[in-house]
Design a protein around this ligand. Structure first.
Ligand SMILES: Cc1cc2nc3c(=O)[nH]c(=O)nc-3n(C[C@H](O)[C@H](O)[C@H](O)COP(=O)(O)OP(=O)(O)OC[C@H]3O[C@@H](n4cnc5c(N)ncnc54)[C@H](O)[C@@H]3O)c2cc1C
Length: 90
């Protein structure tokens, strides 16, 4: 998981991560364009506020759990929210 500001964009570019407006591009679940790499906080752009970083950090953490539990086992690719709606739990 990429976190923070210092040199994050340059590091991201070296890894081949997509950027937008010189920030790391992520989807709504904090996934980058490279499977298994997530980003949150100031490095993803938008409001540079603690509350935004904590919110995104939580989402990224849930995405990491999903990735480790599901994606690596080739289980059906359901998002955290889809599973939550279907059975009320992880
Ligand atoms: C002076 C100032 C005042 C602010 N005041 C407020 C405020 O009142 N309220 C508010 O909501 N926000 C405020 N902010 C913004 C807030 O601090 C940031 O939005 C928030 O800290 C971002 O969190 P982050 O985890 O994304 O990044 P950061 O807090 O920057 O954390 C990134 C961490 O990664 C570490 N790191 C970076 N590169 C590497 C590396 N290569 N290897 C290992 N570690 C690395 C850094 O040392 C750092 O500890 C302020 C910011 C500044 C600069």
């Amino acid at each position: 998981m990429l976190h923070g500001t210092a040199g994050a964009t340059e590091f991201a570019k070296k890894l081949g991560l997509a950027t937008k407006n010189d920030k790391i591009a992520v989807d709504e679940n904090m996934k980058t364009n490279i499977k298994g790499i997530f980003a949150c906080g100031d490095c993803t752009g938008g409001l540079m506020q603690i509350s935004k970083s904590v919110y995104e950090g939580t989402k990224a953490g849930l995405s990491v759990i999903e990735y480790l539990r599901w994606d690596k086992k080739d289980c059906p690719k359901k998002s955290h929210n889809e599973r939550k709606m279907n059975n009320g739990s992880y």
